[in-house]
Design a binder for this molecule. Structure first.
Ligand SMILES: [Zn+2]
Ligand SMILES: [Zn+2]
Length: 282
């Protein structure tokens, strides 16, 4: 997620580096597999710079949430398990729709596509998150939670828990997990989410839970082997190219656009949208 507390962000980086090395060791020495070091180091580079960007800009996202909270409709405190559960389910709902729109609207995809750019699946992918969440407006998706009366600190903490949870689902070393797969987002479900196979595209948007995908019709089971990465694979291991490839592509499209309608759709249409080809002239 784009939001995180300052110190929590650096704990996240330390933990991530540790589990990446453990997984890499396991794959190399126990499974005798090759490990995509360059890609993993690039992801870690993206993660480190993202932490710095977040540390510099967290005040702006917090400011938005606090402003909304100041205009809240009610005051909701997590004073028992039922309120805790209600908050968790609402946070997951907001997460689901933020993530889904991040795939369906190019302005948000420009940030989120970064996370989908690795061509292999391992724990390092969890750190490859876009730097431009503030520009994409991610905080607005969580503002309704503040509007109905949840405190911004509670929202930030909830998102941090979700971020930590999602580390372990970026791996090929864990198979199916039985009944847990009914309710929770698991490695198998999330491998599907990172697939560019046609049947896997735009599936399994959940954060901690998978129930909203089942509810809103975006759930897919892992069946065929997953082809990871973008439909048009990104080859670069330069963190700056990785962080801005879609913004750059969007700028190129806008500069070439032939109408205001095309500009709007290049910015806010589906990623990959193109104007219909003109009829051949006679
Ligand atoms: Zn995604
Ligand atoms: Zn992921």
């Amino acid at each position: 997620m784009e939001l995180g507390t300052r110190s929590g962000g650096f704990v996240f980086l330390g933990l991530l580096a540790l589990v990446i090395l453990v997984e890499a060791g396991w794959l190399i020495w126990r499974r005798r597999q090759a490990y995509p070091w360059k890609e993993a180091v690039a992801s870690m580079g993206v993660a480190v710079i993202k932490r710095l960007v977040d540390a510099a800009t967290a005040g702006i996202a917090a400011g938005v949430l606090f402003w909304v909270y100041d205009h809240r409709l009610w005051t909701l405190e997590i004073d028992g398990p039922w309120m805790g559960l209600a908050f968790f389910l609402l946070l997951e709902l907001a997460y689901y729709w933020h993530h889904r729109w991040a795939h369906e609207i190019r302005w948000l995809w420009a940030t989120h596509g970064v996370h989908h750019s690795p061509n292999h699946m391992n724990l390092s992918v969890a750190g490859r998150l876009g730097w431009t969440g503030l520009l994409s407006g991610s905080v607005l998706f969580f503002a309704p939670l503040g509007l109905i009366g949840f405190h911004p600190i509670v929202i930030f903490l909830g998102l941090a828990v979700s971020l930590f949870y999602q580390i372990w689902i970026h791996t090929e070393t864990i198979g199916r997990l039985g009944p847990l797969e009914w309710v929770f987002n698991t490695p198998a479900h999330h491998r599907v989410h990172h697939g560019s196979n046609p049947e896997y595209i735009d599936k399994n948007y959940g954060g901690v839970l998978i129930i909203y995908d089942r509810l809103f019709g975006t759930f897919a089971e892992e069946r065929a082997p997953v082809r990871y990465g973008l439909v048009t694979p990104l080859k670069s291991n330069n963190p700056f190219v990785i962080a801005f490839f879609e913004w750059a592509a969007m700028a190129r499209d806008v500069l070439r656009a032939e109408s205001v309608r095309d500009i709007v759709l290049y910015l806010f249409g589906r990623p990959g949208w193109r104007p219909a080809p003109k009829r051949a002239r006679e």
